[in-house]
Design a protein around this ligand. Structure first.
Ligand code: HEC
Ligand code: HEC
Ligand code: HEC
Ligand code: HEC
Length: 354
């Protein structure tokens, strides 16, 4: 059923020590015997969504109804990269080393730094990292996500059942709805692990954000919880929400780091950084699991154990990443943060929020 015993090496060609490995394996065996099979993930496409320019409406389309969120976003580098990146000498140096055209015009930089929109036959860059980079290109889901059940139904009148259906419908139509935080976390990490070997090794781009951690990185300047206060203030997340967010962040990061490692073909900065990152996240997940003994976390650990953090392991690592992603989705769907107080010692102090 699982391949716990497959990876026996202590080191590998990317220099990652597997010292932790044996305790990890021993622990896995104990937990696997204790816990029931994890729930299957719903039929949702778990790959990070690329924004289809034909379905992008742009941040201005959100501003009509989400003015506060837009104001908050404008204070972040996500918005500002639109005005700043192409002026930076370092950006020009990277494009030059890669033999690419200007920053705003080449697919490589646009993928992570910009949002493209198609109008007629023209595709233009309209925003930096925008609402839709995280929440998904919105043309198909905007009409669904705010429909309480007809023109005369208000938020107060909506049944819990309809609310759930509405959120599911928005997700089916391509929305990364925060009701399942994993859907957004995978977006963050598809960018913040920089899974592009050439960009890092040849271009000299930094290999992602090595100190990314979802709570710390999303609860400072990025936070925009105005909905839950009816627009009166930017609410902080509850401790229960933060605990779930922390675990989802580690799992999504592990998934993305395994995916990045799967693309490594050379012993050079990209492969080394990606494998080191994945090894660090395996350690963090182990730490989490010791505290909460969760079946979905266990499933992710088992999958990660099967993945040798080595060069040219595309298929094995990509398939392990997929299993970790499924487990993260299931965890985000079902976890109740009120039961996870044991994690509080792992959460970052609010003074460390970005
Ligand atoms: C016509 C008004 C309108 C527009 C345009 C709009 N929204 Fe919303 N949005 C709402 C309302 C109303 C809600 C609250 C739904 C609720 O009560 O749960 C909401 C909720 C949300 C949520 C929270 C998820 C949820 O299901 O509660 C997100 C995320 C969101 N909107 C993102 C966006 C983004 C991104 C855009 C632009 C691409 C956008 N919205 C455009 C009205 C709008
Ligand atoms: C896979 C996603 C990805 C791609 C592709 C990408 N970047 Fe980045 N880039 C990032 C992320 C994420 C950061 C922020 C890292 C951090 O601050 O931790 C960043 C940061 C930067 C910075 C530093 C910004 C600063 O504030 O000083 C420069 C310069 C840069 N990128 C240039 C480029 C150029 C030029 C390209 C195209 C050749 C490119 N990037 C392609 C994800 C990407
Ligand atoms: C489409 C790619 C993309 C996505 C998705 C994305 N980011 Fe970023 N992020 C970037 C880039 C690029 C930068 C750097 C911009 C610059 O400085 O020019 C950045 C910068 C940041 C910064 C500022 C870092 C610093 O040291 O100043 C924070 C914080 C951050 N991102 C958090 C997040 C979080 C949390 C998520 C998910 C909820 C997320 N990002 C999703 C691409 C992305
Ligand atoms: C960097 C990724 C990122 C970007 C960019 C982003 N969001 Fe969000 N958004 C999130 C995350 C993550 C959450 C869940 C927040 C949480 O639990 O702290 C969220 C939650 C929300 C919510 C629900 C907040 C609540 O009170 O419950 C709304 C509404 C929303 N986003 C709208 C927008 C709009 C509009 C934009 C553009 C102006 C935007 N978002 C840009 C990541 C992002």
């Amino acid at each position: 059923m699982n391949g716990i015993m497959t990876n026996q090496r202590k080191t590998n060609s990317l220099g990652i020590s597997n010292d932790l490995h044996r305790s990890f394996v021993a622990w896995s065996l104990v937990i696997v015997l204790q816990l029931a099979a994890p729930c299957a993930a719903a039929e949702t496409n778990l790959e990070p969504l690329k924004c289809d320019p034909a379905l992008v409406l742009g941040s201005e389309s959100c501003a009509k109804c989400h003015e506060n969120e837009v104001r908050q976003w404008k204070q972040t580098p996500h918005c500002q990269t639109f005005e700043t990146l192409h002026r930076k000498p370092e950006a020009k140096a990277i494009t030059k080393r890669l033999g690419l055209s200007t920053v705003k015009r080449n697919d490589t930089c646009v993928k992570c730094h910009y949002t493209q929109q198609q109008k007629g036959s023209r595709v233009r860059v309209v925003d930096g990292v925008s609402c839709e980079s995280c929440h998904g290109a919105s043309k198909n889901w905007t009409p669904l996500h705010n429909d309480y059940g007809g023109p005369n139904v208000t938020k107060q009148m909506e049944s819990a059942e309809h609310r759930q259906q509405r959120r599911e419908a928005s997700i089916a139509a391509g929305m990364n709805n925060p009701t399942n935080l994993y859907l957004i976390a995978r977006q963050c990490l598809a960018c913040h692990t920089t899974p592009d070997e050439q960009l890092v090794n040849v271009g000299g781009h930094q290999p992602g954000s090595p100190d990314f951690e979802l709570v710390r990185w999303s609860q400072g300047m990025v936070r925009h919880n105005f909905l839950r206060t009816n627009g009166t203030s930017n609410a902080t997340a509850t401790p229960a929400e933060l605990r779930v967010m922390y675990v989802v962040g580690v799992m999504a990061d592990l998934e993305a780091s395994l995916r990045a490692t799967s693309k490594a073909t050379k012993k050079a900065p990209f492969g080394t950084a990606s494998a080191q990152r994945a090894a660090g996240l395996k350690r963090k997940l182990y730490e989490i699991q010791q505290l909460i003994e969760d079946p979905n976390v266990q499933q992710a650990m088992d999958a990660a154990l099967m993945a040798p953090l080595k060069l040219n392991q595309q298929d094995v690592l990509a398939s392990a990443a997929e299993s970790v992603g499924k487990a993260a989705f299931a965890f985000a769907q079902s976890a109740d943060g009120n039961d996870l107080a044991a994690l509080d010692s792992l959460l970052p102090d609010t003074s460390k929020y970005k």
